[in-house]
Design a binder for this molecule. Structure first.
Ligand code: FAD
Length: 462
């Protein structure tokens, strides 16, 4: 890696429309922050782009000066790859425009937009893009890894709804990728993450969902958790795709609809969303209410934009986070035993055992249609370890690792966007063997020198 002179930095500034931020700048500390408070990295340069030409300049500058490159979309990846020590951060956080074409029901989204930006613009037309469930997550990182949430069982993953994208590759070329143009790269960015370049714009097919969804959270008593979870595994598999029901084990937050004595106690939270008529939705969720006692619920027609912020407060910026994850083949009695045994030793009040139900539309797409793999496993286990005090790092990391290991026998594959820094071999678990080989070939073609290395990295073959 080279050290930059003032002249070199001035040269970049002279052709840059956004902000070139160095450690001397007053907003440097703000600009280098990412969502996960575990990371305190100090880049030499933050290139805050506002145009595609800025992105091209930043990529060329990084390559010409042999700089380590981090690409920042929404800055949410728990592995902390959106920032680096010493190198350059190509920061897209000022590129957040969303243009909706209501007639064609498509949305063109800048590479640094957040999910909340997309929801607020698409909802002006009763439309939505299938993506995640926390409004401050970045569309860029989420979509390039796969992207699932309340709409995906009906409408597919974010990658399944991607029509085209613009991407600046390692040699500074701007390419348009779609089913008809640079098809190989279009295949690769739909699951291969940020390995092939900086995506400046993504065009999505939108779903027509109206502006309200029947949705909510039912909070079940933890005492009956074993019974409820074994019911849950069979129940969710009977549901139509339009109903998505997830399961979260955590200490109950002080939600206004919960009795005070439950606050801070272990509970099983059942959030759901139904894309259909309210009375039909009521019937579909009745079995959750009927099976084992509940502490309370908040259920009804909710504005989509509001519903999409449900988890925002549980995932604030700045806390220390360590995620471990894998897909689960089922929720067998042995698996539930492990879930509950680790629930009973949660190392902090903010930790969550997060179990989304998948299946539906994504699992009807042929496995190698996109780089996103593992479309057939019914559940994801995401161990959200979250805490505030640095002194608790060791305890929290150990809990997550032991929990992950204990549930390994029930797992198959992992979602690339839920990986922490887990080493080169682990990245392969996000893909099938043939998908991985194809991704390596693409890396050889589009980024042979591995300029885009700070990600769940697909290394070129030589
Ligand atoms: C609170 C929270 C909630 C989440 N909820 C969901 C969910 O509901 N569903 C889901 O599928 N995932 C979810 N995730 C995981 C999420 O998909 C990943 O963390 C994703 O990487 C976040 O993208 P980002 O742009 O915010 O992150 P960043 O850290 O900015 O980016 C992650 C990586 O993606 C690449 N990247 C980002 N933008 C671009 C771009 N424009 N061009 C090229 N490369 C880029 C870079 O390699 C970067 O290192 C959640 C994460 C968090 C922290």
């Amino acid at each position: 890696m080279s050290t930059l002179s003032n002249d070199q930095i001035s040269e970049l500034k002279s052709r840059f429309r956004g902000h070139v931020i160095t450690p001397e700048d007053s907003h440097y500390d703000y600009a280098r922050k990412i969502w996960n408070g575990m990371f305190d990295k100090r880049p030499s340069l933050i290139a805050q782009c506002v145009t595609t030409a800025d992105v091209v300049s930043a990529v060329n500058f990084a390559r010409e000066h042999d700089l380590l490159v981090a690409v920042k979309g929404g800055g949410h990846n728990s592995a902390g790859n959106a920032v680096c020590d010493d190198g350059i951060v190509i920061d897209l956080s000022l590129m957040r425009r969303v243009n909706v074409n209501p007639r064609q029901k498509t949305a063109r989204v800048d590479g640094g937009a957040l999910l909340g930006d997309v929801d607020s613009e698409t909802q002006l037309h009763g439309l939505a893009v299938s993506a995640g469930v926390v409004s401050h997550t970045g569309v860029g990182g989420l979509s390039l890894g796969g992207g699932f949430g309340w709409l995906s069982r009906t409408h597919g993953l974010s990658v399944d709804n991607l029509i085209s994208a613009d991407i600046v590759t390692a040699d500074g070329t701007l390419l348009h990728v779609s089913q008809d143009e640079n098809e190989d790269l279009f295949w690769g960015i739909r699951g291969g993450g940020g390995n092939f370049g900086v995506v400046t714009s993504l065009e999505f097919k939108c779903a027509e969902i109206g502006t309200e969804v029947f949705s909510g959270v039912i909070v079940k008593a933890y005492d009956n958790a074993q019974d409820y979870i074994s019911f849950h595994q069979a129940y969710v598999q009977t549901l139509p795709d339009e109903m998505t029901v997830w399961l979260v084990i955590r200490k109950a937050p002080p939600l206004p609809f919960l009795p005070e004595e439950v606050h801070g106690q272990l509970a099983v939270l059942i959030p759901f969303a139904w894309l259909g008529d309210q009375s039909e939705g009521e019937k579909l969720i009745q079995p959750i209410r009927d099976h084992t006692p509940s502490h309370g619920e908040h259920v009804g027609m909710n504005p989509w934009v509001g519903w999409q912020t449900l988890f925002d407060g549980f995932a604030e910026h700045g806390a220390r986070n360590y995620w471990k994850s894998h897909h689960l083949k089922d929720l067998s009695a042995e698996c539930i035993d492990q879930l509950l045994s680790f629930a009973e030793t949660l190392p902090s009040d903010e930790c969550e055992i997060f179990i989304p139900h998948m299946e539906g539309a994504p699992s009807r797409v042929v496995e190698d249609a996109t780089a996103f793999a593992h479309r057939f496993t019914p559940f994801v286990l995401n161990i959200h370890t979250r805490w505030r005090d640095k002194n608790e790092d060791e305890k929290c990391l150990a809990w997550a690792r032991e929990f992950h290991q204990a549930t390994e026998p029930f797992s198959q594959g992992v979602y690339v966007n839920f990986l922490s820094e887990e080493g080169d071999e682990r990245v392969k678990d996000a893909y099938t063997q043939s998908t991985w080989e194809r991704l390596v070939q693409l890396k050889d073609k589009y980024d042979p020198n591995n300029i885009f290395s700070l990600n769940q990295n697909i290394k070129p073959s030589s």
